[in-house]
Design a protein around this ligand. Structure first.
Ligand code: NAD
Ligand code: 0WE
Length: 258
C-alpha cells in the first residue's frame, strides 16, 4: 500500500536521470502515484521516454513552457487519460549561459532577463491556471516548485536567476493565498547545489559544491533522493497543513553565516 495509491501527477523538467525532477518522480512513483512527464523538445524526447517507461502507466507529453497552448494541452490530455489530477511539479529553469557568468549589471540583457523570468517564474502561474479546474474535480491538489538560495542571498554568478527565483517564490505565495480556498496547496523546495545537467555547465560549480560540503551543518551535499523524499512529503496528505512555504533541503547550509 503506497501513500499515494490512486493519485496522479505531472512532472515538468526531466532532462535525464540526474534531473531533480526524475528524483522526485521516483519518490512519488514509489508511493503509488501515476505520472505524466513533459519534455522540452524533440532533442529530449527519447531520453525522457526511456526513463518514463520504467514507471508503470506513465504518460509522455511535449511541452515548451514558453508556449501557453502546450501547457494547456498537457492538462487537457492528463484530464482525459488519467481522469483526475492531484499534483504537478515545476522543475524548470533557464537563463542564457553567459549571463550566469559575468558581472551582474554588465551581462544581464533585457532579452535574457525576459526569457529567464518567462521560463523560470511565469510558467508556474500559467501551469497553475490550467491545472486548477482539473484539481477541482477531485476536491483539491498540490503544486511544488524548485528554487534556490540565490533568490534571497547573493551567490556569485547566479545573477538574473536570483531575480527569477525571487519572483518564483513570490508566485508560490500569491498562488497559495488564492488557491487555498479550492484546497490547492502551493509550496517550494529550496535545494542545495546538486550536480545536474543544468549545474554542470556552470563555471566554478565544483568549487561551490566543495564549499557547501565544508560549511553545511551536515558536512555534505544534499542527495537527489533527499530532494525527492522531501517533495513526496510536501505533496502528500502528510503536509496537508502546509502551503505557501519555501522549505530548505540543503543540509542546513542556509542557517550558517560563516
Ligand atoms: P535539469 O537540467 O535536469 O532540469 C532543468 C529542466 O528545465 C530541463 O529538463 C529542461 O528541459 C527544462 N527547461 C528549460 N527550459 C524549458 C522550456 N522552455 N520548456 C520546458 N522545459 C524547459 O536541472 P535541475 O538542476 O534538475 O533543475 C531543476 C530545477 O531545480 C530548476 O528549477 C533549478 O533551478 C532547480 N534547482 C537546481 C539546483 C541544482 O543545484 N541543480 C539547486 C536548487 C534548485
Ligand atoms: O537554478 C540553477 C541553475 C539554473 C540554470 C542553469 C543553466 C545552465 C545551462 C539556468 N539556466 C542555465 N542555462 C544554461 O545554458 N541552479 C540552482 C544551479 C546553479 O546554477 C548556478 C549556481 C547554482 C547552484 C549558477 C551560478 C552559481 C551557482
Amino acid at each position: 500500500m503506497g501513500m499515494l495509491d490512486g493519485r496522479t501527477g505531472v512532472i515538468f523538467g526531466v532532462a535525464n536521470s540526474r534531473s531533480i525532477a526524475w528524483a522526485i518522480a521516483q519518490s512519488l512513483s514509489r508511493e503509488g502515484m501515476r505520472l505524466a512527464f513533459t519534455y522540452q523538445g524533440e532533442r529530449l524526447k527519447e531520453g525522457v521516454t526511456e526513463l518514463a517507461t520504467t514507471l508503470p502507466g506513465s504518460l509522455i507529453l511535449p511541452c515548451d513552457v514558453t508556449i501557453d497552448s502546450e501547457i494547456a494541452a498537457v492538462f487537457r490530455t492528463v484530464d482525459r487519460e488519467f481522469g483526475r489530477l492531484d499534483t504537478f511539479v515545476h522543475s524548470v529553469a533557464f537563463a542564457p549561459k553567459h549571463e550566469l557568468e559575468g558581472p551582474f549589471s554588465e551581462t544581464t540583457s533585457r532579452e535574457g532577463f525576459k526569457l529567464a523570468h518567462d521560463i523560470s517564474s511565469y510558467s508556474l502561474v500559467a501551469m497553475a491556471r490550467e491545472a486548477t479546474p482539473v484539481f477541482e474535480k477531485n476536491g483539491g491538489g498540490s503544486i511544488l516548485a524548485l528554487t534556490y538560495y540565490g533568490s534571497t542571498k547573493v551567490i556569485p554568478g547566479y545573477n538574473l536567476m536570483g531575480l527569477a527565483k525571487a519572483s518564483l517564490e513570490a508566485g508560490v505565495r500569491y498562488l497559495a493565498a488564492e488557491l487555498g480556498a479550492k484546497n490547492i496547496r502551493v509550496n517550494a523546495i529550496s535545494a542545495g547545489p546538486v550536480n545536474t545537467l543544468a549545474a554542470r555547465g556552470i563555471r566554478g560549480f565544483t568549487t561551490m559544491m566543495r564549499h557547501h560540503e565544508k560549511l553545511s551543518p551536515l558536512h555534505r551535499n544534499v542527495e537527489l533522493r533527499e530532494v525527492g523524499d522531501a517533495a513526496l512529503f510536501l505533496v502528500s496528505p502528510m503536509a496537508s497543513g502546509i502551503t505557501g512555504e519555501v522549505m530548505f533541503v540543503d543540509c542546513g547550509y542556509n542557517i550558517v553565516a560563516v
